[in-house]
Structure formats: structure tokens, C-alpha cells
Design a protein around this ligand. Structure first.
Ligand code: NDP
Length: 259
């Protein structure tokens, strides 16, 4: 999976979504993160086809929404997402949220979707260590990816260590803190030292923790900015300074209390 993808949550369906995805492909992204919930799967699929890129060079993630849990519903939802995307297969299909009672059944359905070729790989999102431990005990299949909120203000070190130890790739959503705290002085200081932008610094920080990133933007200049991450590196001291910003605060939903 390419470690950088374009996130398309809150990107309006239609021309805006298609333009954003095509712009991302033009400047080098090869991975798009959508979901049934986002309402723009069809546009992502259209952009993939219009891009002229070889299918195997593009990676598309989509997700099982909460109202589609349970064996039959999850099987149906996976096939419907694939149909909306209009691709040969979903590259990565994730359980969006650890819905109590039904998530085990849904995971078995995702395993079937993989066996049937609907999805090339399967994983989860918003799973805590407790949810992953439950899976380890009840299923022989390890999720390829766990997509969670992860940024310097929510540095989930324990979860990261657990995922590394169990061969699960951690993927950071809201890696830019939704754009809300990019003016933090520590981040700005590191940005200045590298002649980079604060957004590039927090994305690079996640990559150096071996975490994949899926920043969202609909603006061409930011889509470009957010992918220029591979020609500089943060020092150990700079990494430590950014690690120290952790406030254990979620800006999206918090799965800690989900039984
Ligand atoms: P991000 O942290 O990616 O921030 C996006 C916001 O930052 C937007 O308002 C964007 O505005 C702005 N922005 C983008 N680039 C820059 C920049 N270079 N400088 C300043 N501001 C910038 O937030 P998201 O919550 O959207 O997370 C990213 C993706 O993660 C989502 O799109 C989705 O794919 C996924 N996600 C998954 C969740 C899950 O439960 N699995 C939950 C939340 C997100 P503009 O568009 O105007 O540039």
C-alpha cells in the first residue's frame, strides 16, 4: 500500500471529488481513501478510470459503514461498494468502526469478500488494542491495516507498538489535525528549520513513525504541498519534540469506550 494517500471525507460528490482525485494522481499520489459514508465512491472510481493510470498502480480503500454490519449485510455492502467504484476489486476494505456485538460476524464476512476477490486486502478502523486483542483471540486472520486518528496531539504510541508487533500497518487519519493546529509553535519551529510547511512536518513525523498518512484537501496547491514529503527528514530531537505534543485528545470520535 502506498504510504501516502488522498483522504476524501467531506469532499463533495461530483466534479469536486473527481477533480481532487485527478489532481492528486497528477502530482504523484497513487492511493485514495474513501468510504460508503463519504458518498463519493463512484467519483473516485471515475477518476481512477479517467486518470489513464494502470489499474495496478492505483490503490483504493473503502469502508463498511456501521449500519451494514452483520454477515449478510456486510457481504452485500462490500459488493455494492465495489459496484459503485466500478473497479475490478477493492484494494483495501475496512470495517469503519468497531460496532459492538456485530463486528466479529462482519470480520468473517470481510474474510469471505477477500476469498471471493471482492477485496484484495481487508482491515479495520478505529480499533483500540482491546478490539484488536479480541480479534486475535477469535479470528485466525490478522487485519492488514488499522486506520485511526493519529497526529502529534494524539500520538497513540501503545497502539502503534501493538500494531508493529502484530504485523498490522497503522494508518493515520486526520493527520493534519483537520488543519486546526498547524500554527502550533513547536511545529512551526521545525517547519522553519527545514524551510517546509507545518502540514509537511506533521505528515513527515507520522511517516517516520512508519505510519501511513491520508491527508485530505480539495485545493490543488495543498494537494501538491501534502505530497512533498520524501526529500527531507526530521532529526531524532525534532521527532521527540513533536512526540511531546501528545494530549491524547481525539478530534473525531473516540473508540476507547466502545465495548
Ligand atoms: P486532515 O487532518 O487531513 O485535515 C483536512 C483539513 O485540513 C481540511 O480542512 C483541509 O482543507 C485542511 N488542509 C489540508 N491540507 C492543508 C495544508 N497543507 N495546510 C493547511 N490546511 C490544510 O483531516 P481529515 O479528518 O479529513 O482526515 C483525512 C482523511 O482521513 C479523511 O479525508 C478520510 O479519508 C480519513 N478519515 C477517516 C476516519 C475514520 O473513521 N476511518 C475519520 C476521519 C477521517 P482544504 O480541503 O480546504 O484544503
Amino acid at each position: 500500500m502506498p504510504v501516502l494517500g488522498l483522504g476524501v471525507w467531506q469532499v463533495p460528490a461530483g466534479a469536486v471529488a473527481r477533480r481532487a482525485v485527478l489532481e492528486a494522481f497528477k502530482v504523484g499520489y497513487r492511493h485514495v481513501d474513501t468510504a460508503k459514508l463519504y458518498g463519493n465512491e463512484a467519483d473516485v472510481g471515475i477518476a481512477v478510470r479517467e486518470s489513464g493510470l494502470a489499474r495496478d498502480d492505483v490503490f483504493v480503500t473503502t469502508k463498511l459503514w456501521n449500519s451494514d454490519h452483520g454477515t449478510e449485510s456486510a457481504l452485500r455492502a462490500g459488493r455494492e461498494s465495489l459496484k459503485r467504484l466500478g473497479l475490478d476489486a477493492i484494494d483495501l476494505y475496512l470495517i469503519h468502526w468497531p460496532v459492538p456485538r456485530l463486528r466479529g460476524e462482519s470480520w468473517d464476512a470481510l474474510i469471505r469478500l477477500k476469498e471471493d476477490g471482492v477485496a484484495r486486502s481487508i482491515g479495520v478502523s478505529n480499533y483500540t488494542v482491546r478490539h484488536l486483542e479480541e480479534m486475535r483471540k477469535t479470528s485466525g486472520v490478522v487485519p492488514a491495516v488499522n486506520q485511526v486518528e493519529f497526529n502529534p496531539f494524539l500520538f497513540q504510541r501503545d497502539l502503534l507498538e501493538y500494531c508493529v508487533a502484530h504485523g498490522i500497518l497503522l494508518e493515520a487519519y486526520s493527520p493534519l489535525m483537520k488543519g486546526r493546529r498547524l500554527d502550533d509553535p513547536t511545529i512551526s519551529g521545525v517547519a522553519k528549520a527545514h524551510g517546509r510547511t507545518p502540514a509537511q512536518i506533521v505528515l513527515r513525523w507520522a511517516l517516520q513513525h512508519d505510519v501511513a498518512v491520508i491527508p485530505k484537501s480539495v485545493r490543488p496547491e495543498r494537494i501538491r504541498e501534502n505530497c512533498r514529503l520524501f526529500d527531507f527528514a526530521l532529526s531524532a530531537d525534532q521527532m521527540r519534540a513533536l512526540d511531546g505534543l501528545d494530549e491524547r485528545r481525539h478530534t473525531s470520535w473516540n473508540p476507547d469506550e466502545i465495548e
